[in-house]
Design a protein around this ligand. Structure first.
Ligand code: GDP
Ligand code: ZN
Length: 383
């Protein structure tokens, strides 16, 4: 549902905009140009005290109603925040609709499991996922074509590019590779090009270190000047260590977050849900369904998912990790409740070893070797 389709239609005079930056108690709002274009499109706003009283937070990406515009001073006040369609925590951003996952095809070498870990994490956000493979200048045509076919089998039509050369590689029906300019705005209306993918969407770029994310953001938003090759882009710009994000308008329409998103994926989804984050597995559900509604697609009889697809072993591996993660969480809860319930009268404490929840116990190989702390280190490392 678009925001305009809410029950009470908004009067035409209302100023609506998107929060593109937040600093202390000030919000930079980019106004939409509607039937009447406002004299200024960027206003520095405060939050109406009623919103404060209601505890209504305002995030970057929020759609808001602005009142009391002071066009000369370029000021205004936020009077209303529309319900969020999506909300990401890292970076904190509302209403993003796309993750552009960037990997390098070489240096560092592209590897199916690492890539899948990020893809799964990206899919689990529920946002649209677009995959960009950078550094294509470093590989042969054959290698590029191999990856293209492989990824198509996974369910992804990747964008192949070289940010440093400003090129994008498209493959025609004769398996010939055509080179196009990556950043020339004339290309944006051509489907499957990067600029087309970014058009009219709010995009967050994610991916591991060293793949060219900062280089790409720099090229797309030349005014921001992220330091390339730095361990943490934002620190390199002399900002505070707190996560700070700003949205920038792209020349072809659409907004881009200037801070890369997660760069350490955490496999913390419910084991039951994991299969939905593999497009090729989801595709198999269109052919039928598993006998058991709670099938985890391991060795259950009459399973539609189990089979001869390339990433099935990766699915099984991630399933183990997801189960181990959930069990570790459960065990932690059990330990906490146990200590309480075993407190005897007279202050004597009796602790009993408690087994992990039975739900997934059967074949969680990993759990025996990893403590909760190890798992948290595996999955929660940030930058
Ligand atoms: P980030 O860590 O993902 O933000 O990556 P950076 O943008 O900092 O880039 C990491 C390194 O890769 C830098 O040395 C870049 O110059 C280099 N790099 C970026 N894009 C390309 C590319 O298209 N081709 C090649 N060969 N190197 C690139
Ligand atoms: Zn199944």
């Amino acid at each position: 549902m678009s925001l305009r389709e809410t029950n009470d239609p908004l009067p035409m005079t209302e100023l609506i905009g998107t929060v593109v930056a937040v600093q202390a108690n000030f919000y930079q709002v980019q106004l939409e140009v509607q039937t009447i274009s406002p004299p200024e499109t960027m206003l520095l706003c405060t939050r109406r005290s009623l919103l404060k009283k209601m505890g209504q937070q305002v995030m970057v990406g929020d759609q808001v109603v602005v009142v009391e515009p002071d066009w000369l001073g370029k000021r205004g006040a936020i009077a209303q925040v529309f319900p969020r369609k999506t909300e990401l925590s890292r970076p904190p951003i509302a209403n993003a609709n796309q993750i552009l996952l960037v990997f390098a095809i070489a240096e560092p070498q592209l590897e199916a499991t690492a890539l899948s870990r990020f893809l799964v994490k990206a899919e689990s956000t529920g946002l649209e996922v677009c995959l960009g493979l950078n550094k294509c200048d470093l590989v042969s045509t054959d290698e590029l074509l191999q990856w293209r076919d492989r990824l198509l089998n996974w369910g992804y039509q990747a964008i192949f590019m070289s940010v440093s050369q400003g090129l994008e590689y498209t493959i025609n029906s004769d398996h010939q590779i055509l080179q196009k300019s990556l950043f020339q705005t004339e290309n944006y209306f051509e489907e499957k090009t990067l600029l087309h993918q970014l058009q009219n969407k709010t995009t967050v770029i994610s991916g591991p270190s060293g793949v060219g994310k900062s280089s790409l953001i720099n090229q797309l938003i030349p005014s921001i000047n992220l330091r390339v090759g730095s361990v943490s882009g934002k620190l390199g710009r002399g900002r505070h260590t707190t996560r700070h994000v700003e949205l920038f308008q792209l020349p072809t329409g659409g907004l881009l977050a200037d801070t890369p998103g997660f760069n350490q994926p955490e496999l913390e989804c419910e084991p039951q849900e994991l299969v939905n984050y593999f497009p090729e597995a989801k595709h198999r559900f269109q052919q039928g369904s598993c006998q058991f509604s709670d099938c985890l697609h391991r060795d259950e009889p009459n399973c539609i998912v189990r089979g001869d697809w390339e990433r099935y072993p990766i699915y099984l591996d991630f399933l183990d990790a997801a189960i181990a993660y959930q069990e570790a969480l459960q065990q932690q809860r059990d330990v906490e409740t146990n200590v309480k319930s075993k407190m005897k009268s007279g202050g004597k404490q009796q602790l009993e070893p408690k087994l992990a929840s039975k739900k997934y116990r059967r074949s969680s190989r990993r759990f025996q070797h990893q403590t909760l702390q190890d798992l948290c280190e595996d999955f929660n490392e940030e930058e």
